[in-house]
Design a protein around this ligand. Sequence first.
Ligand SMILES: [Zn+2]
Length: 113
Amino acid sequence: MHEMSLCESVLEILEQSAREEAFSSVKKVWLEIGVLSCAAPEAMRFSFDIVMKGTLAEGAGLEIIQVPALARCDQCSQDVEVTSRGEPCPVCGSERLDIRGGDQIRVKELEVS
Ligand SMILES: [Zn+2]
């Protein structure tokens, strides 16, 4: 499952932050998920609980923040937000969009102790 490996990357980020910032457990994680990342929030929650078992983030809460993708339209040069690939420009209807971001998974904030 795609989400499982994403959660494993999240765990690596948590472990690295724990070393750098000297905390020993994570209570809550705010995770930004780009709408184009193909990570389903429900599957992320499910995988998160499994992957965090027995780690510094066992039982931690997970808040998922879905962030839109930004694109620049080739035709009208507007910066627009898109929610899926292949979506036309909401301003002029052109399909020539240069998508930037939207496929990232980012730990935005942590509540630690
Ligand atoms: Zn356009």
